[in-house]
Design a protein around this ligand. Sequence first.
Ligand SMILES: [Zn+2]
Length: 254
Amino acid sequence: MKSVLTKIPRPKQSKSDPLKVQLAAAYRILAMLKLDDLTYAHLSARHPDGDSYFIYPFGLLFEEVTASSLLRVSLDGKVLDGKEENTYKKMGYVVHGGIYQRRHDVNAIFHLQSTAGVAVSAQSCGLLPLSQFSLHFYNRISYHSYDPLSLEAEQQGTDLIKALGKNKAMILQNHGTLTCGKTIEEAFLYAYFLEQACKVQCHAVAGSQKILIPPKKVCEKAAQELRNFEQEFGHQNWTALLRKLDRLDLSYKD
Ligand SMILES: [Zn+2]
């Protein structure tokens, strides 16, 4: 009699670089969570050589990204490997390459333009410490004022990177959000918590009740404790989401 185990589909083996597979999974997971934005928004991961990074080619939907479709781009914006689908995305390259050049602790960057993120980015109060989601970012989030996507991308990129400072999260006013991490898992979890924080804020400020804000000391204590809550920040949720993605569609590994 055949073992029951033979009926369980084996995980699809990929010939692609494991980091590219992880980044392709990130695009698919964001699409699954409906945090993509047509062919806009972008996620990247630094190549282990340190001098280049992977990013999707402008023109794909997040749900279409596969490991082999990812571009490898130098930190000064030259495509080293892969084929661009569409126009050269200079602004994206300037921001990702510039952050990797200045922040050696950052190996993954997520830029999103979700409705809740853009809504809070347009609120003059900024991100309020009114939920546990937002306390992850208490005194640990940067703001960058809106710049139109003009040809002066280089200056915009430089200003944005300066504004980010040492933080791992930033609100791009009237535009969206940006999170970074030592790993894809960390950048993802910050992106998720920031999204949740923004959603909660939109709902809370829309009500007619006075909003409760914890005292500053409590907020700071929570921010410190939340940062140390998980040993490998993001790993647990990331592996759970990978299991879900693998049950739905393995084509991201191609
Ligand atoms: Zn954008």
